[in-house]
Design a protein around this ligand. Structure first.
Ligand SMILES: [Zn+2]
Length: 253
């Protein structure tokens, strides 16, 4: 029950964050206005506005003008549902004691914003990377993290991205990822940071190979890396310790 509730809540939050981010990108007012079709501007009624479900039932098209709805709508909602599911499972398995639960939920909201920005516009603004990093640094210091642990995380992840950014002159990795690396380092520290990098590169590789096999090679190069990073960060915040134990057990035995 809890899982289902969190998955649905996650999808709804994802839908809101998608609307928030796309309106900010188009410089529209956030408070004003109901959801409209981006193409024919027809206002959507309630049953055209249900996260994931509407998209599937309408086969990804506007009911009025038949324009294909960009798939990033449904991806942000799906990842919201995924984050909700992660949090529910982590909570049931008692992987998120006391303040960690609150920090993880806040971080998941910010990282869903990162996901939305990166998949819609291939950019990650400071408001969703550096600023939250400062806030989470203070929260982490006051609650469950050490300054050294967080700084090592920042140096490891952001430094690793910066190194790639410099030697590839921004072709392999964007400046937004370097700044996202700062946030990841603060949230994860160096150990879980390594888990997140491992997850992001593995999942990224698997999905890219999937695209190549499905002969959609163009898509593989179009999925921005920050989307994988944000999902890997939330997963590692919740399951990182557990994944590490499992992996070490696998190697040692
Ligand atoms: Zn339309």
């Amino acid at each position: 029950m809890l899982l289902l509730l969190f998955v649905i809540m996650g999808a709804v939050v994802g839908s809101f964050i998608h609307a928030f981010v796309s309106r900010r990108l188009m410089k529209q007012s956030i408070v004003h206005g109901r959801s409209i079709c981006f193409h024919c501007k027809k206002q959507l009624c309630w049953y055209e506005n249900i996260p994931i479900v509407s998209f599937l039932f309408q086969l990804g098209r506007c009911r009025n003008c038949q324009t294909t709805i960009p798939s990033h709508y449904v991806f942000v909602e799906l990842v919201g549902a995924l984050f909700g599911g992660f949090i529910a499972v982590g909570y049931s398995l008692q992987l998120l004691p006391d303040v960690r639960l609150v920090v993880t939920i806040l971080a998941a909201l910010v990282l869903l914003g990162v996901f939305a920005y990166d998949i819609i516009a291939m950019q990650i603004p400071d408001e969703f990377s550096l600023w939250p990093a400062v806030v989470f640094f203070v929260i982490g210091f006051l609650t469950h993290n050490t300054i050294v642990g967080m700084l090592l995380g920042v140096i490891l992840i952001s430094g690793f991205f910066f190194f790639q950014f410099v030697i590839s002159r921004g072709r392999w990795i964007g400046g937004g990822d370097v700044r996202l690396g700062v946030l990841m380092g603060v949230l994860l520290g160096w150990k879980l940071g390594l888990v997140a990098l491992f997850l992001a590169y593995t999942v990224g590789a698997i999905i890219s190979i999937g695209f190549v096999i499905a002969k959609k090679k163009k898509l593989a190069s179009e999925v921005p890396f920050g989307t994988y990073l944000s999902v890997a960060t939330v997963a590692s915040m919740i399951f990182g310790d557990w994944l590490m134990e499992w992996y070490v057990g696998l190697v040692v035995l």
